[in-house]
Each structure stands twice: as C-alpha cells, then as structure tokens.
Design a protein around this ligand. Sequence first.
Ligand code: NDP
Length: 445
Amino acid sequence: MTFQEFMAKVEARNPGEPEFIQAVKEVVETIWDVYEANPRFVKNNILERIVEPERVIIFRVPWMDDQGNVHVNRGIRVQYNSAIGPYKGGIRFHPSVNVSVLKFLGFEQIFKNSLTSLPMGGGKGGSDFDARGRSDAEIMRFCQSFMAELYRYLGPDLDVPAGDIGVGAREVGYMFGMYKKLRNEFTGVFTGKGRTWGGSLIRPEATGFGVVYFTEEMLKTRGENFKGKRVALSGFGNVAWGAAQKVTELGGKVVAISGPDGYILDEEGLNEEKINYMVELRQSNNDRVSDYADKFPNAKFFAGKRPWEVKVDVAIPCATQNELNAQDAQNLMDNGCTCVCEAANMPCTPEAIEIFFKHRILFAPGKAANAGGVATSGLEMTQNSMRLSWTREEVDEKLHAIMRNIHEACREHGTQADGWVNYVKGANIAGFMKVATAMCDQGLV
Ligand code: NDP
C-alpha cells in the first residue's frame, strides 16, 4: 500500500473528521519510511491498527442550571491505545469539542506519552459544555453528571484523566469528588489534583515550564538562549501562564499575549504582577484579554487580531488547534522570528509548518514540546502509588531532565543531512517506535 492509498482509506473510514485526518497525516507521512523498512511492523499491520482507537465512549450528560432549566451535553472519552500503559490524557470542556477533535488529541497523546519515557498509554476526553457565564454551582452539577457516567470506565490502572482547555483544578476537584463517592475509594484516578489531596507540586505550571525548557534546548543548538529575546504567546490560559513565568525568569521578554477577542502588545514585557493578573482574568470567567490594556495603560490592545504580526524572536502558540496559519507564519518570518515552539496541541496549520521548514527555523511540534504536562502527571501518579510527595525542586528537576531527553530523542531521529533538525519527524519516529514494538510484542489484541 502507498502512503496515498493508506490516507484514502483512513479518510473513507472517518468521514467529517478533519482535525483527526490532519493529525494522522502529519504523523504517518513522517514515519512512513521507517515503517516500511521494518517487516515486523508491516506484517503486524501496525499502522492500520494504531490509527483505530481501542474504544470510544459517547454518553449523555444532563444537568440543571440555577433557574431549574434542564440542559444536555455530550460526553466523550477516547481510549486510544494502551500498549505501553493505562490510557492517559486530559479532559476538555469547550463548545468546539467533538469526536474528531478528541480523536486527534487522543492520537497525538499516544506518541507524546511515549516520548516522556513513562508508562502511559494515550487517551483524551471531554464535552461540548460551554462554561462561560456559568455559576460555580452549575459547573459543579455539570462535572458531577459527567462523572456519574464516565466513572465506570476509569481506574488508576485503567484510565487516568487530567485537565485541558476549560478543565482546571476546580473541575478536576468536582469530578474526582464524584468518582470517589461512586467508587467508594480514594485512588490516583485523576492528575492535576489539589495539593492537599494527592496533587503534585509544579503540575499547574508544568506544561508551560516544559515548553520553555524545550525551547531553551533548541536555542542552545544555535548557541543562543532566552536572554533579551522578544517572545509572543497566544492564549492567557494555564499553559500560557506557565510559559510566561519561565520565559521571564530566564531573561526573555514576553511582549504579546492574546485571547479570543484580540491581542495585547506590551513593549515593557510581562512581570510578576502582570502574570498574576492573567490568572485573575481567567479565574473571573472572563474571556477578554482587552481588560489587560485598561489595567496597564502602556499596553495596547488590537481587537480581532492575532499576536503573530508582532516583531519577535520566539513565538509560542498556547491556545488551541489551527490558530496559526500560513499568513501568520509568513508574518513571523518577515519579522525575523527564528524559533516557533508549539505549546498547544497542533496550533500551526500544515501550510504554516511548511513555511517554517522552508526557512529552516527551529520549529517544535506540540507532542514533544508540551509533553512536560503529561510527564508531570506521570510523576503525580508515581507519587500517589508510593504514597509520598516530592518537593518542588525534585519535581522540577525531573521535569527538566525529561524535557532534555525528549529534545535529544528528537535530534537523534530528526537530524537531516544538512544538519537541520526536523523536530516533527524526530518526535513522531521516537514516539512511534516504542508503541509499535510493544504492539508487536503483545500479539493481535
Ligand atoms: P485553558 O483553558 O487554560 O486556556 C486556553 C486559552 O485558549 C484560553 O485563553 C482560551 O480562551 C483560548 N481558546 C480556547 N479555545 C479557543 C478557540 N477555539 N479559539 C480561540 N481561543 C481559544 O487551556 P490550557 O492552557 O490548559 O490549554 C491550552 C492548549 O495547551 C490546548 O491546546 C491544550 O490541549 C494544550 N495542552 C494543555 C496541557 C495542560 O497541562 N493544561 C498539556 C498539554 C497541552 P477561551 O476559554 O475564552 O476560549
């Protein structure tokens, strides 16, 4: 079978799932040669098996608002691949959630989790619930209803979810509480838990910190570091917050952040007070980044625009899939940007990535660069199993080492004849080899 025939088959089997097809294409394209060269993989038909989720659970989530009106949302959990460990991957609450989005995220998660070198399979879940404007009581009732069905399919050795877009410590708390009540047991079935009930230090910041550690490793390959670099971030959620802290700590200057309403240009750069204000904005259920410009008058707000038109050295998209397109990529190149690191999952379109490749810049895919989040979740699972809690320094050191190892694995498998590193290829091959080998070893299951 050729690559084109393979993709045609995947498209025919998964109609109306563009995000999923995009993710499969990106991975399979880069591992095709390695796959074909391995008769054991071909004999076991690993590629066709790996793109098929082991299980997709779809369920009804009824809940009542504060006025007594009844609503219904759709809950989904994709249990994608358990070849190297229990299913592991976040839960996303956002109106854009559907089977295609969660299959793309679950598929990516298989390779990301493999890259961390921790024993975790791939999964992802969520709902099309829109939390905007909902009261705390409404959010609690929704989370409880979601878990009243999903709990049957979870367990510390079976499937361990975490947060993602729209799911932070509060939502994890409500879901964990319901799980505990229904199961009548206290186990590490969620990660991203609160500190006093099994959560790991550093987990909230881990994704953003890991992204910056990875970027630092990429910069080092060109004899550079963050000092004095201008950096643009998108989003002002959990990941952007961690990234902003670490970039600032390493001497970089975050000059742009964004929200769905537009972006902020702050030539003075973010500092501790401004980063804390980002958190305040999020916690107030406010999706307007424009408020930042009211609070800090030297900052300018650009309505309806994306931060990729700002002159920066490093760009770190931290919001959502396909948020940086070919035009944005061209703008970044025209302005002399030399490093783009994906913090969100699949934030750059294939056309944008092509432009980065053409310019031979440092470009890292989310599955490698943002793996620090799930890696620290893995460390939380280990601490839960051992019934102990590591210090901040211990967790941070382990996270840092994991990010360095992932960078090394990408270099090993992605270095091209001219010396340039194709991190996309490197990450896909490194992540794939381990899972494919495990699937062969375990027989036709
Ligand atoms: P948050 O919900 O904390 O923040 C996401 C930010 O992106 C918010 O500013 C949100 O604004 C914005 N956003 C979300 N969806 C859209 C959209 N469709 N269009 C425009 N803006 C949007 O999520 P996280 O920071 O946790 O996650 C951000 C990204 O990082 C996601 O791709 C996630 O999968 C990825 N990631 C997260 C990890 C984690 O540990 N949290 C781990 C690895 C990856 P609004 O809410 O107003 O829409």
